[in-house]
Design a protein around this ligand. Structure first.
Ligand code: SAM
Length: 282
């Protein structure tokens, strides 16, 4: 692809170097591990890889796509769960793709902002998850149209996004810093709450919308998992947010991140998510 050149580094982390992209998180091994862990946490949180009303689609063999698949964990997990269906992951660079894959899983380089490498009406199910830090405000409508283009008539589109809503529990300044990193790149940190309208404007019929929040101060297993995801996410965001978050590294980065996460827990910080399932008209 013409807009892809050699990766760039910032600090000791590797990043995409794609002219058309404002994505500000790394794509190295440590990031892929974080996304792996995040996948299984979100799977628990949303009670599966597919939102409730979409589950019945997979009762028969289908073709599914994950846009911005990262390490491909959703694709691999789904290809194991549904061996008769066919799963494809697409991402900005092949550095993110798994080396071990099942015969019903495939990975391709592609950019949702410049056009996905698939003909019209190819997939029964298309997911795009956690792209808030990758797409500018004015790019969302065309990204949604691109998802619609590759979805078959009657097929489903699933979106799960984090809503970077700053609230009174954000005592650490983490969410505010993430918001600022997004807005300074022209991205909308609260696009999650606009996805329903964006899907409708792209011509899809929204079948299901839900909002979930997790309290990091909770004493349940899910809160513990989200604390671990938060720690690894802060680590990945350090090249961009480090100077703002001011993590105390006097006893090493790991301890500094643990202390920061303790503050998240004590202030009962929350993560908010919006999830949507929509159908392309027949
Ligand atoms: C935060 S990660 C989420 C990964 C995966 N969707 C998940 O939920 O675990 C965002 C991913 O989107 C990819 N990405 C960013 N901009 C993209 C674009 N314009 N087209 C395709 N993929 C993109 C990044 O390379 C990264 O792998």
């Amino acid at each position: 692809m013409s807009d892809i050149s050699a990766p760039k580094t910032l600090g000791n982390r590797r990043f995409h170097n794609v002219e058309t992209s404002t994505y500000w998180l790394p794509n190295d091994e440590s990031e892929l591990d974080r996304l792996d862990e995040y996948h299984f946490t979100l799977k628990d949180f949303f009670e599966g890889n597919v939102l409730g009303p979409g589950k019945s689609l997979f009762e028969k063999p289908v073709k599914a796509l994950d846009v911005g698949c990262g390490p491909g964990t959703w694709v691999l997990d789904m290809s194991t769960e549904y061996p008769k269906s066919d799963f494809t992951g697409v991402d900005l660079r092949d550095v993110t793709f798994p080396t071990k894959k099942a015969s019903n899983s495939h990975f391709l380089v592609g950019n949702v902002l410049t056009g996905l490498p698939f003909p019209d009406n190819t997939f029964d199910f298309v997911q795009m998850r956690l792209l808030v830090a990758a797409i500018r405000v004015e790019e969302w409508p065309s990204a949604m149209k691109e998802l619609m283009r590759v979805t078959k008539p009657g097929g489903l589109i699933q979106s799960i996004e984090i809503d970077l809503k700053v609230d009174e529990n954000d005592k650490t300044g983490l969410v505010k810093a993430m918001c600022d990193a997004c807005t300074s790149r022209g991205q909308d940190p609260r696009v999650a709450i606009r996805i329903k309208d964006l899907l409708t404007e792209a011509g899809a019929q929204v079948l299901h919308t839900e909002r979930r929040e997790v309290n990091l101060g909770g004493d349940d297993a899910l809160a513990t998992k989200f604390i671990s995801v938060s720690k690894n996410s802060i680590h990945s965001m350090l090249p961009v947010l480090g100077p703002i978050l001011n993590i105390d590294e006097s006893e090493g980065l790991d301890k500094g991140l643990d202390r920061f996460c303790d503050r998240l827990r004590k202030s009962e910080s929350r993560w908010y998510y919006s999830a949507n399932l929509a159908q392309k008209p027949e």
